[in-house]
Design a protein. Structure first.
Length: 243
């Protein structure tokens, strides 16, 4: 009996036949030099506590509901494993100037008036405490959906000799997806632990996981990712030699 996936209920019978006939969704597999990436797991997306999304939206317009904190609970053990193995851990810092000039055209499309909950340096734009960055981690400041766009992310990946990106966070249909497609385009192996991604729209979350799994990433259970991380040797910490 085939495994039930989160996207199954959104697929039409035609979709299922196309999927079977065309051969999409093969496993790309893991590499040997992974990095863990935590994308936008901030209070303005998660809320200050687990609560229903319509309640959370009263405080944070970008709130993603209880599913956000469910994802945090699954990301946390992967983060501990990554630290035990001395694997690189990346975070995004997604925040804006007070005048919102650095949002560009996003102001007219996605923002609704002054975005007080996306201002840099505030509680709203901090990574939630259970996943708080440590001094050795690398923070990527971004203003657009893909973490590659207009940042030095690729330079870090080259320097650290990464071949596999384990992507977690939000939103599945937005920044996580954009980063996954760019990572695939740069020939990284891309792995998304299914329980570690979240979105505010149930349909967008499920269908984007489906599409990513079809073409750009391995969307697999977080337990399987944990098993893989557990098999890796402890990596020697990277240091930069003095000039």
């Amino acid at each position: 009996m085939s495994q039930t996936r989160i996207w199954d209920k959104f697929l039409t019978e035609r979709d299922k036949k196309v999927l079977a006939a065309a051969g999409y969704g093969k496993r790309g597999g893991f590499g040997t030099r992974p990095a863990l990436f935590i994308i936008d797991v901030q209070y303005n997306f998660c809320g200050d506590k687990p609560e229903d999304i319509l309640e959370g939206l009263k405080q944070y317009r970008t709130h993603c509901g209880r599913e956000a904190w469910d994802a945090v609970a699954h990301i946390e053990p992967l983060l501990h494993l990554a630290r035990e193995k001395n694997l690189p851990v990346f975070y995004t810092e997604s925040a804006r100037r007070k005048d919102m000039l650095d949002s560009g055209v996003q102001v007219g499309k996605n923002h609704r008036g002054t975005e007080k909950t996306s201002t840099e340096g505030t509680h709203a734009t901090r990574t939630v405490e259970p996943l708080a960055p440590q001094p050795q981690d690398i923070l990527i400041g971004k203003r657009k959906p893909s973490s590659f766009f207009g940042t030095i992310f690729m330079s870090h990946l080259n320097f650290l000799d990464i071949d596999t990106l384990i992507l977690t966070g939000c939103t599945t249909s937005g920044c996580l997806r954009a980063t996954a497609v760019d990572a695939y385009s740069y020939n990284f192996k891309v792995v998304i632990p299914e329980e570690c991604a979240f979105d505010r729209f149930e349909a967008s979350h499920a269908v984007n996981l489906f599409d990513l799994n079809c073409k750009y990433a391995d969307v697999i259970p977080s337990a399987e990712v944990a098993d893989y991380l557990g098999t890796l040797p402890v990596r020697a910490p990277f240091t930069v030699a003095a000039g």
